[in-house]
Design a protein around this ligand. Structure first.
Ligand code: FAD
Ligand code: NAD
Length: 157
């Protein structure tokens, strides 16, 4: 099976889009990720999956803390910035603070986590995060499906 077929199949699973941030030596690093899942209610745990080549990976391992920011429908540009898809245009992103961690203003959910476990699986590392704080905002989500950004359609009766 080739990589494209695998990616095409996984792309049929419509997801939201998050930006995972971590901070080391006063510098915030963000990365777009859709491999995110809620894991446990008691205790409250989530998981993100970070590729072995991601520059975020060693920083997250060292910082031992991260935030997950679930993007709103008007934040496609933020997703593209943190996926390295707008590299030619140097964009500055301002962050807010929650529990001392950098979070993205306007994200529908800002979730602050401490790393509670790491599992290397193939070419990714799964980080289990113990949730220590959450901030919510109203709005519709940014959606990723079949390799393209989408938004939810209004239901018509
Ligand atoms: P870089 O390439 O260094 O960083 C990514 C970009 O973010 C750069 O352009 C950088 O300039 C910018 N940036 C970082 N910090 C800041 C800051 N403080 N201010 C402004 N800009 C900043 N990869 C995975 O491993 N797991 C996933 O679940 C995943 N899901 C994805 C979902 C989607 C929809 C997309 C489009 C990509 C996904 N990727 C995922 C791929 C991943 O986002 C890219 O490979 C990314 O470029 C890897 O980032 P990096 O950590 O190597 O760092
Ligand atoms: P795509 O067609 O590559 O992605 C479709 C789906 O395939 C994704 O939603 C994801 O579930 C899966 N996928 C893609 N690359 C993967 C990888 N390296 N490891 C595990 N699963 C992967 O969509 P696209 O628009 O071409 O993606 C843009 C870039 O972002 C590509 O370089 C892609 O590799 C990367 N990406 C990585 C992940 C990830 O590492 N988990 C997820 C999504 C996108």
């Amino acid at each position: 099976m080739d990589d494209r077929q695998f990616r095409n199949a996984m792309g049929k699973f419509a997801t939201g889009v998050t930006v995972v941030t971590t901070e080391l030596n006063g510098e915030v690093h963000g990365m777009t990720a859709n491999a995110f899942m809620s894991v446990s209610l008691d205790p409250k745990l989530v998981v993100v999956s970070i590729g072995e080549r991601a520059r975020l990976l060693p920083k997250l391992k060292e910082a031992n803390k991260f935030t997950v920011n679930i993007l709103a429908s008007d934040q496609q540009e933020i997703s593209m910035i943190f996926a390295g898809q707008l590299k030619d245009q140097k964009k500055t992103v301002s962050f807010e603070r929650l529990e001392g961690q950098a979070v993205i203003p306007g994200a529908l959910a800002q979730v602050v986590c401490e790393v509670s476990a790491e599992h290397v699986e193939g070419d990714h590392t799964l980080f289990i995060g113990k949730v220590i704080d959450i901030r919510l905002e109203e709005g519709d989500p940014l959606v990723f499906f079949s390799g393209r950004y989408r938004t939810l359609a209004e239901e018509t009766n």
